[in-house]
Design a protein around this ligand. Structure first.
Ligand code: ZN
Length: 324
């Protein structure tokens, strides 16, 4: 279909604009809308024609009666705005975009937090053995605790499949509320980690918070982390959260979701386009959850399941989000 092919680059912006209700927290959606407006001359005619106006409020229920299906004219798909209700129009466009996204490559980001810890050795060897890219959000304080842990960190650094990012030096000593009350001190903690571990990327994940701050995205899950995220952003750090978390008990190796349940969840996020960016799913888990044989086996099984049954590509967070 020519109409959507023409604007592949703009798909994420259009998606953000149309599906904005599902994004939690505060995002800079006006920026995304601006981008659409600036580039509207290249948008498909059917999208331009469908632009909402204040005087265009239509009773959807009544309007449903007069809907005409989109028509194919000279291989272009035309939506007749005049006869479509606002919500129906939006749904049809979103459905069309979803179909277009389904044809494109999909990216899965395996992110491991809190290393180096004893489980990091397992994660490092699985990345090599399965030949998948993984992202490690690291805590400098752990590396400084022992020679063994420092060696695990070095193994990560030496592994071309692993990219090392910043999860703060102290991990807030697990007192998150206190930590984020002092944003300057918290920011300095990230800077220390960046320097001590000699990290190559200015990419962070806040301890204890699913907060995003990069480009025109700003999503704050707990308000007290906002000032720290903003300080990092102002100093060119990107802060990434996650779309889904997988938890495994590090003593027993028992997971909160079986491999099959987790696989279906990931697939569902990809198919429904309900991740923050469509076709990009960020999975959070923790190094030490794979320290038991049982935990390790589940991680291997999950990777096998993804590699055997999907065309997903494993990616590093430095490439997030891939917008084609
Ligand atoms: Zn953590």
């Amino acid at each position: 279909m020519k109409i959507l092919k023409a604007s592949l680059f703009y798909l994420p912006f259009i998606w953000l604009f149309l599906a904005c209700e599902y994004i939690p927290g505060k995002t800079n959606l006006s920026a995304a809308k601006e981008k659409i407006q600036i580039n509207e001359d290249i948008l498909p005619v059917s999208l331009e024609d469908g632009t909402e106006s204040a005087t265009d409020e239509i009773d959807v229920e009544n309007d449903e009666k007069g809907i005409s299906e989109p028509k194919l004219i000279n291989e272009d798909l035309f939506f007749y705005r005049d006869s479509l209700g606002r919500k129906t129009w939006r749904k049809k466009i979103v459905d069309s975009l979803r179909k277009e996204y389904d044809k494109l490559p999909k990216y899965i980001y395996f992110t491991f937090d809190d290393g180096p810890l004893p489980g990091s050795r397992i994660v490092d060897s699985i990345a090599r053995f399965k030949n998948i890219k993984i992202s490690a959000f690291l805590v400098g304080r752990h590396a400084a605790m022992s020679k063994k842990l420092m060696n695990y960190y070095q193994d990560y650094k030496d592994n071309p499949l692993v990219e090392c990012y910043n999860h703060s030096y102290s991990h807030a000593l697990n007192k998150f509320k206190q930590f984020y009350k002092q944003p300057e001190t918290a920011y300095e903690d990230f800077v220390k980690n960046h320097e001590d571990l000699a990290l190559d990327y200015k990419i962070t994940r806040l301890p204890g918070r699913n907060t995003w701050a990069f480009e025109d995205v700003r999503i704050i899950d707990v308000p007290n982390s906002a000032a720290t995220a903003d300080l990092l952003f102002e100093n060119d750090f990107k802060t990434f959260g996650w779309d889904w978390e997988w938890k495994i008990d590090q003593e027993t190796g028992i997971a909160d979701q079986s491999v099959e349940e987790l696989f279906q969840k990931i697939k569902n996020l990809m198919d429904s386009k309900d991740s923050l960016y469509p076709n990009n799913v960020v999975l959070l888990t923790h190094d030490n959850m794979f320290v038991t044989e049982r935990g390790k086996r589940q991680l291997e099984k999950l990777i096998d399941r993804i590699q055997a049954e999907t065309d997903y590509q494993f990616e590093h967070m430095s490439n997030y989000p891939i917008r084609y």
